[in-house]
Design a protein around this ligand. Structure first.
Ligand code: M6R
Length: 363
């Protein structure tokens, strides 16, 4: 049942405020003032984490690396499951291995989990299907509570994965004493406010559809972002490739002049993900480099960023302001809608894109 939507993907995008609200409530204490995780996870007994996943779930892990490192001072390594399992990396003592998978049945991720069994101190998973193989074979499986995801392109599972991973990082920060109680409480308030913030972002649907119609004429698109916006840029490019079949690539903004700048011309739209955070000026200076070479910039930012930097942009998508720590969850919405409307404009099969399966159970 598409609930009145034309595609499961658009229904699942629209469900995000509700399912994320439920996930946030599920992992908060009864009084709502602390993160409460199941099990007896003690992040003070852990020196490092290794996170392993595929596709969109891998980008959720890349985002979580920034959170665990910056908020909890916890070193994190992130790997693509198909590389990890055959590289057979050493797993040092006091390492937790964390596997993220919507289906919980991805063959490479499951094989990577089995490789860590008996080597890592603990095996954790963040899954959408609680009775899946990955969940069953973990010491502790944290459900993301996204509900069934039918569209092949992952949308609400991604943002629910991010939500749960952020809450884990906040728990780690609390246990390790790396954030002040005030900062922790601000971040929990921002999490509780997230459904409203996401609803405001969804109101940009019409603007994004207009932008997407123009994007649908491109044959290549470049996504740029820094910090937490870098993994999100990767996810935006993957989403666009999967369902619109437009070639898209993502780079960390700082890498632009190390190669991809050679591609810039008037035919290459560049989507710049740039909330008005501590890295904004740096990202904007990369955006200026694109504009100076005749590139077309689609700027995704907030109201302040729009005032400061949208002047020469080809298109601008303005989102509500948010604590920069939570920005990947919010900025996922325009990335998804952009891919969705581009695919609709091109007339591709949005929910069942060619050559793709929802669950990749063979390697
Ligand atoms: O079920 P999983 O989360 O393990 O799946 C991982 C990837 O196959 C999946 O995220 C894939 O990249 C999606 N089609 C992305 O939209």
């Amino acid at each position: 049942d598409k609930g009145g939507h034309k595609h499961f993907m658009s229904k699942e995008i629209a469900e995000q405020p509700r399912v994320i609200g439920e996930a946030v409530r599920h992992y908060l204490s009864d009084d709502g003032n602390a993160v409460a995780l199941p099990g007896d996870l003690d992040f003070t007994q852990i020196d490092r984490m290794t996170m392993v996943a595929c596709g969109t779930a891998y980008y959720a892990c890349l985002t979580a690396k920034y959170w665990f490192e910056q908020l909890a001072q916890m070193p994190v390594e992130v790997d693509i499951a198909s590389e990890f399992r055959y590289r057979e990396p050493p797993i040092p003592a006091r390492t937790v291995a964390l596997f993220v998978s919507q289906s919980g049945e991805t063959a490479d991720t499951l094989a990577a989990l089995r490789y860590c069994d008996g080597k890592a101190d603990k095996i954790l998973s963040v899954v959408n299907v609680p009775e899946s193989s990955i969940a069953r074979e973990s010491d502790l499986a944290l459900p993301i509570l996204a509900g069934a995801e039918i569209g092949v392109a992952s949308t609400k599972a991604f943002t629910c994965q991010l939500t749960v991973l952020l809450m884990m990082a906040l728990k780690a920060a609390e246990q390790r004493g790396t954030l002040t109680p005030e900062r922790l409480s601000d971040l929990l308030s921002a999490l509780r406010a997230l459904p409203n913030t996401l609803n405001t972002a969804l109101e940009q649907d019409g603007n994004i559809a207009n932008a997407a119609r123009k994007l649908s004429e491109a044959s290549d698109v470049l996504f740029l972002g820094r910090g937490l916006m870098y993994p999100l840029a990767l996810e935006g490019a993957l989403k666009l490739k999967e369902i619109s079949y437009i070639h898209a690539e993502a780079y960390a903004s700082g890498e632009l002049k190390h190669g991809p700048i050679a591609l810039i011309d008037k035919h290459l739209p560049v989507v710049v993900m740039a909330p008005r955070d501590g890295l904004f000026d740096k990202t904007v200076s990369n955006m200026q480099e694109v504009l100076a070479r005749g590139g077309k910039v689609m700027l995704v930012t907030d109201a302040e960023g729009t005032v400061e930097a949208a002047g020469d942009a080809w298109q601008t998508i303005t989102l509500p302001a948010i604590d920069p720590v939570l920005s990947p969850i919010l900025y996922a919405v325009p990335a998804q809608l952009l891919a969705y409307h581009t695919a609709v404009a091109k007339g591709t099969d949005v929910d069942q894109p060619r050559n793709l399966a929802k669950s990749v159970t063979v390697e």
